[in-house]
Design a protein around this ligand. Structure first.
Ligand code: NAG
Ligand code: NAG
Length: 341
């Protein structure tokens, strides 16, 4: 009898919970639709101190140039390519922007920590972090395994540096109750792309860090106003993609993106406090569709938009590091060594 009462109570509770959650869902969907029609006003970044990693080239550089053109924010540029970074800071200063360049190798925790100390002394408390720096080895997994240091570098730059940077700047954001953390992620397809094992694994890890951190901050009793933005861009014309040959099936739907365009969308997403931004925007629909189709179809469907091949740079890497498969013309297939008798 006692069981019956207990279960009845639980059942009523379940119905009540489902009811509350469905109302909340409908309300949120309606709000999303409203925000789609009337987006949130862009917030001003004029008073912010913005740290951009990997600022010297590619998307990082484009972000710096546009922030300088559109805002009065103070820019802190971190890059391992010293000359290019100093040069960019000089250009930005000519625009009238407060910009300072720092030579930092994101593989090194001690360099990150000492650069952060210098920034705090010379510029101030960073209020916006844009985790833009990223590297990848566009090679086959078995070849990449021949060069463990290269794999470690990918994780140092793409994942661990995020931990060390946040460890330096997040505490003050929490104390001041104000901040924004933006991350450049990558959207290949929802099925995996070949040749990007360490890159993909590192991006997954980075995403896990950001998602958990955001959750923690949201549940923090002090409720610091710290926003998170993750940008999922497809292939962009940067040094990262220079080792890959990408063939687009429908170039009018998708082709390699321009850094200026990506930077513009990222800045807009930060200003509108968007949690997620897909670049180009219709990739969101693609991702949604991909989730609904059976996995078997998903595996072949990535070819629908593009195909990835390795180019000479990757081939060189394979020649120098791979014990097998040098003569294989079809890089997409593994050419395993013959079985020894
Ligand atoms: C940075 O934040 C710390 C901790 O809140 C504060 O003591 C310090 O004065 C701030 N520095 C600047 C330049 O605002
Ligand atoms: C990485 O792998 C996951 C899991 O298969 C996949 O969902 C994701 O889209 C992949 N990302 C890239 C860039 O290939």
């Amino acid at each position: 009898m006692g069981h019956l009462v207990g279960y009845t109570f639980l059942f009523i509770q379940l119905c009540f919970d489902l009811w509350i959650y469905s109302i909340y869902t409908v309300y949120s969907l309606a709000e999303n639709f409203y925000r789609f029609l009337f987006p949130v006003r862009r917030k001003s970044l004029d008073k912010e101190i913005i740290l951009i990693t990997g600022s010297a080239t590619g998307i990082g550089r484009a972000i710096c140039l546009q922030l300088a053109a559109k805002t009065k924010a103070t820019l802190v540029l971190w890059d391992v390519r010293k000359e290019a970074n100093d040069e960019l800071a000089e250009i930005l200063r000519q625009f009238g922007t407060q910009a300072r360049s720092y030579h930092v190798d994101l593989c090194s925790r001690s360099q990150i920590e000492s650069a952060a100390e210098r920034v705090k002394g010379e510029v101030g408390n960073v209020s916006v972090v844009i985790n833009n720096a990223g590297i990848c080895n566009p090679v086959r997994f078995l070849d990449e395994c021949q060069n463990p240091e290269a794999i470690e570098r990918v994780f140092h730059v793409n994942v661990l540096s995020n931990f060390w940077i946040l460890a330096q700047f997040l505490p003050q954001m929490v104390i001041h109750g104000h901040g924004h953390i933006a991350t450049l992620s990558f959207l290949g397809s929802s099925s995996t792309l070949p040749f990007l094992a360490s890159y993909n694994a590192s991006k997954f890890a980075q995403h896990g860090l950001m998602a958990t951190l955001q959750d923690e901050i949201m549940k923090d009793p002090w409720r610091p106003d710290i926003k998170f933005t993750t940008a999922f861009a497809t292939f962009t014309d940067t040094t990262l993609t220079s080792g890959q040959k990408i063939t687009y099936r429908y170039p009018f739907i998708l082709s390699t993106l321009d850094t200026t365009y990506v930077a513009k969308r990222v800045i807009e997403a930060i200003q509108r406090n968007k949690e997620c931004v897909y670049i180009p925007w219709y990739m969101e629909i693609y991702v949604l569709l991909q989730r609904m189709i059976p996995t078997r179809v998903r595996h072949v469907s990535s070819k629908l938009l593009f195909d990835l091949e390795l180019t000479t740079r990757s081939l060189e890497f394979s020649r120098n590091h791979a014990p097998f498969g040098h003569n294989n013309k079809k890089f997409g297939r593994f050419n395993l060594p013959p079985v020894k008798e």
